[in-house]
Ligand binder design. Structure first.
Ligand code: GDP
Length: 294
């Protein structure tokens, strides 16, 4: 279970609802306080935690905990609703469809886990019966070509790249054209990893996007950066139309909550939970919250 630490703190907080004989305002406020503290410790931004606190209180007031209502159920419902709102971008993610060409472009900072995630993503959809292929348009990092080529071989999907060519736009276009003509329905394009200050690479990302017209731009983000995720996601969003997010390395990072919440202006589609190509979980707000709360 990812974010196990946050999950167990939330479960402990909600447990007080069950264990208290008398559920008065003092206990309810303590539960809300514990929940907020757990989120702050998971590196969720304080403003978002305050919004959640208000939202829980509003919902409790609206339901006017009156005689006849089960207070324990109402408080739990209010917490679940507020947490769901926090993780919900308000619109569904792009869903690739079989039998048509889906062009998926991957972007992210160097080291975020982008190239690994490309292979995980191909592996996931291949198992769902998609005809997948990957294209290496990362001409910046030495070794990117062979890393993706090897990853592609391991998950058994075709690979396109041009080791001697330094023009990422030309490579991306050639790869997408070739796989489109060959009838692939999921064409995944890996682009150069960036540093936040690297304006040239940000420009390159935009040029590749303008050339291949992806159906979905997947932003890969390392969860260990916590709240910094907000600025990072914003910087990418300002250049290209990020439509999906994958949050990686949620295994072993108690502070992943900040990244998860910060990312959610675009829907999170997957969570990376290990280095293996099958260590990626589909993200669904509702089931994530249920699992988080045990
Ligand atoms: P890129 O520079 O963004 O393409 O990053 P890579 O795909 O090369 O990944 C960088 C490192 O992170 C590699 O050692 C990967 O095995 C590792 N990695 C990627 N995703 C995950 C994940 O979800 N969990 C863990 N623990 N490691 C990951």
């Amino acid at each position: 279970m990812v974010l196990g630490d946050l999950g167990s703190k939330l479960v402990d907080a909600l447990g007080k609802l069950q264990s208290s004989m008398l559920l008065d305002d003092g206990i309810i406020n303590q539960v809300i306080k514990d929940i907020c503290l757990a989120l702050i410790q998971a590196d969720v931004n304080i403003q978002q935690v305050n919004e959640l606190r208000q939202s829980i209180k509003r919902s409790l007031d609206a339901n006017a905990i009156a005689a006849g209502h089960n207070k324990r159920v109402l408080v739990r419902q209010a917490v679940v609703e507020a947490l769901s709102k926090m993780f919900d971008p308000g619109h569904p993610p792009f869903q690739p469809k079989r039998g048509r060409t889906n062009i998926i472009m991957f972007v992210g900072l160097q080291g975020s886990g982008k190239t690994t995630t490309v292979a995980k993503y191909a592996n996931f959809y291949k198992k769902k019966g998609f005809k997948c292929a990957v294209v290496c348009a990362d001409t910046f990092r030495a070794g990117a070509f062979s890393q993706l080529q090897q990853n592609a071989a391991k998950v058994r999907v075709p690979f396109y790249g041009e080791q001697e060519n330094k023009d990422p736009v030309a490579i991306a276009l050639a790869g997408v054209r070739m796989f489109t003509e060959e009838g692939f329905d999921l064409i995944i394009v890996d682009t150069s990893g960036r540093h936040m200050q690297d304006t040239e690479l940000f420009e390159e990302m935009k040029q590749v996007a303008d050339a291949i017209h992806p159906n979905d731009i997947v932003f890969v983000m390392d969860s260990s950066i916590g709240q910094a995720a907000h600025d990072q996601a914003l910087a990418f969003r300002q250049k290209v139309n990020i439509t999906s997010v994958v949050v990686t390395k949620l295994d072993g990072h108690a502070k992943g909550g900040g990244a998860l919440v910060a990312a959610t202006q675009s829907p999170i589609v997957f969570l990376g939970v290990g280095e293996g190509f099958d260590q990626m979980e589909l993200f669904n707000t509702h089931s994530f919250i249920s699992r988080l709360l045990g």
